[in-house]
Design a binder for this molecule. Structure first.
Ligand code: PGA
Length: 235
């Protein structure tokens, strides 16, 4: 585990860009991508860089159930806006939130992940320690499934919607078992509201109550943390 401490998310984005460049140099071809406010500065840095993803593949962690790709609140729209418009990939995969057959959609997405092993996975972390939408209690060996979002996640995500009632209650999310298959993982966290989750993730016991704590078992994981997110670490 390698912890990179930064002043703020702007510097974090530059550190993440350096890791992306290093990965590309090493031949990384499949990138696992995340949404939310955390990766914004990373995507800005990627967009301003000379990196070319036109022969690469991206696979996103999750998508809200019920939102179509065209919905401005969908994670698909987020990715177009923040990255794909400027840095298109050869193929970009996200779960299809409009597929009402959850079993079919989850199996389809798990097949895509199995056929395109992720070289470099980008992650944020929820205040409750979730990765992707794998909420506390999610199995460490889980594959893609339909997940009921917790109150904490609904509250956190309400800021992106006009009313909290508009926040979708379910998401399709890559499972922790699939996330852990990535060859290298980068988790970024910024701000005080992530400090508890980061302390438990890095220094606490490995437990499904803190989904990200499983990263302690991954052989190749980087954390980029600002001072606030790192403020509860003992060292
Ligand atoms: P955030 O979400 O980047 O919007 O804080 C991260 C997450 O919930 O995984």
């Amino acid at each position: 585990m390698k912890i990179i401490r930064v002043k703020d998310e702007i510097e974090g984005g530059q550190e993440a860009l350096a890791l992306f460049k290093d990965q590309v140099k090493q031949g990384a071809h499949v990138f696992g991508l995340a949404t939310g406010s955390t990766p914004n500065t990373t995507y800005q840095a990627l967009c301003q860089s000379d990196l070319d993803f036109s022969e690469a593949i991206s696979i996103n962690l999750d998508e809200y159930v019920g939102l179509s790709h065209n919905d401005p609140q969908s994670y698909y729209s987020y990715m177009v806006e923040h990255l794909f418009k400027q840095k298109p990939f050869k193929h970009s995969y996200l779960p299809d939130g409009t597929n009402e057959d959850a079993d079919e959609e989850c199996q389809r997405y798990s097949r895509i992940i199995a056929q395109n092993p992720v070289d470099f996975q980008l992650l944020g972390i929820g205040r409750n320690g979730h990765i992707g939408f794998n909420e506390p209690g999610s199995p460490f060996d889980g594959t893609t499934r339909k997940i009921k979002l917790t109150e904490s996640t609904l509250n956190a995500n309400a800021r992106f919607f006009a009313n909290e009632a508009d926040v979708p209650r379910y998401a399709y999310s890559m499972g922790i078992g699939e996330i852990m298959q990535a060859k290298t993982i980068l988790l970024e966290a910024y701000g005080m509201n992530k400090a508890d989750a980061i302390q438990k993730t890095i220094e606490g016991p490995v437990t499904p109550n803190v989904p990200a704590s499983i990263l302690q078992k991954h052989p190749n994981v980087y954390f980029i943390l600002d001072e606030e997110a790192a403020s509860k670490l003992s060292k």
